[in-house]
Design a binder for this molecule. Structure first.
Ligand SMILES: Nc1ncnc2c1ncn2[C@@H]1O[C@H](COP(=O)(O)OP(=O)(O)O)[C@@H](O)[C@H]1O
Ligand SMILES: [Mg+2]
Length: 291
C-alpha cells in the first residue's frame, strides 16, 4: 500500500518537517510505503475528455497537510481517498466560512460579524457598515483575516479609530470581527480530534499578548479541561466533516468553551511535548481502518 503525505511546495518549516517525520515513522510501523509529496511535484490535469489525470503512480490514500483545495479535489475526482477531504479543508482554511458553517448547530462561539464583500475595484464611501458593527460589538474588538495562521493575521481594535484603520487595511481581504473574550485573554485550549474522538488537549498561555499562539510566545502545557471542551471540539469536527481537527477554544466568563477556530491541518509538535499520545499513529490507524 502506498500513501502520500502532501505538504505545500512553497512553504516548509520546522513544524511541517516534524509532522512529516512523525507520519513517516507511523507509515513504517504499519508497513505502508511513505511518499512525501510537495504540491508542486505532481501534476494533475484535466484532459480533453474532461477527466482528471494524474501523472505517475496513484497512491492508495493521501494525508493532505496543505491547503491547496483544488489539488485535493482533483485527487478525489480520480477516486483517491484524501484525509482531510477537500471540502472540510476549504471551510477550515477560512475563518469566516468556519463560523458560518458551524452556526446553527448549538456550538457557542464569540459573537462574530463577517465583513461584507467589497469588490476589488470598489471603495467604502460611508460609515453604514461600521455604524452597524459598533451597534453589534463592544470594544475591544478582535479583527481576523479569514485566512491566517500562528496569530499573525489576528488584531485587536481598542477604539473606533483603530477599528476604522483595520477596516480600511482589510477592505479587499475577507475578514471577520469578533467580540473579545476578556476572560480568555492570552489563553486558549487546543483539542485534537481524530475520527470524531478527542485524543489530546493542551492549554496555551501568553502573558505578553492577547493571542495564545506558541509562535507569539504562548507556553503550551497539559492541564485537565472540562469534558465540555472535548465534546464541543468533537462536535465541530463532526459538523465540518473533519477526520482530523485541531480545535482552538476560548474560555468564557463562566469557564465555558467558546470556539475560536478549527484547523484542518493543525501541527502537533507542541502537543507532543506535553501530551502522551502518538498523534500521527492514531490518525494513520484511523485512516487504515476507514479505507
Ligand atoms: N474573540 C477572541 N477573544 C479573545 N481572544 C481571541 C479571540 N479570537 C482569537 N483570540 C486569541 O488569538 C489567538 C489566535 O486566533 P485564531 O483565531 O486561533 O487565529 P490563528 O489561526 O492565527 O491561530 C487565539 O489562540 C486566541 O488566543
Ligand atoms: Mg489558532
Amino acid at each position: 500500500m502506498l500513501g502520500w503525505f502532501v505538504t505545500s511546495g512553497y512553504f516548509q518549516n520546522e513544524s511541517v518537517l516534524y509532522v512529516k517525520d512523525c507520519f513517516k515513522k507511523a507509515f513504517a510501523k504499519h508497513g505502508v510505503e511513505f511518499c512525501h509529496v510537495r504540491s508542486n511535484e505532481k501534476i494533475c490535469f484535466i484532459g480533453q475528455d474532461g477527466n482528471v489525470v494524474l501523472q505517475g503512480q496513484k497512491p492508495d490514500f493521501v494525508v493532505f497537510w496543505d491547503k491547496d483545495v483544488l489539488f485535493a479535489t482533483m485527487l478525489e475526482k480520480i477516486g483517491i481517498k484524501v484525509f482531510n477531504n477537500s471540502r472540510a479543508i476549504e471551510i477550515c482554511d477560512d475563518k469566516a466560512k468556519t463560523a458560518v458553517f458551524l452556526a446553527g448547530n448549538g456550538i457557542a462561539m464569540p459573537k462574530t460579524v463577517v465583513a461584507p464583500l467589497v469588490f476589488a475595484n470598489r471603495d467604502e464611501t460611508d460609515d453604514t457598515f461600521i455604524n452597524n458593527l459598533l451597534q453589534t460589538l463592544d470594544f475591544p474588538v478582535v479583527v481576523k483575516e479569514s485566512s491566517g495562521s500562528f496569530g499573525w493575521q489576528v488584531y485587536l481594535a481598542k477604539d473606533e479609530n483603530e477599528l476604522k484603520t483595520l477596516r480600511k487595511k482589510l477592505l479587499h481581504t475577507s475578514h471577520v470581527y469578533q467580540q473579545f473574550v476578556s476572560s480568555s485573554k492570552g489563553k486558549d485550549v487546543r483539542v485534537i480530534v481524530v475520527g470524531g474522538k478527542a485524543i489530546a488537549s493542551m492549554t496555551r498561555q501568553n502573558d505578553n499578548d492577547f493571542r495564545a499562539n506558541v509562535e507569539l510566545g504562548g507556553v503550551a502545557k497539559y492541564e485537565p479541561v472540562d469534558d465540555e471542551f472535548l465534546s464541543v471540539a468533537q462536535k465541530c469536527a463532526q459538523v465540518l466533516g473533519l477526520d482530523y481537527a485541531g480545535v482552538d477554544l476560548l474560555v468564557g466568563p463562566n469557564g465555558e468553551p467558546l470556539v475560536c477556530e478549527v484547523n484542518s491541518n493543525a501541527y502537533f509538535k507542541g502537543m507532543q511535548s506535553c501530551f502522551d499520545v502518538d498523534v500521527a499513529d492514531v490518525y494513520l490507524q484511523y485512516i487504515l481502518k476507514k479505507l
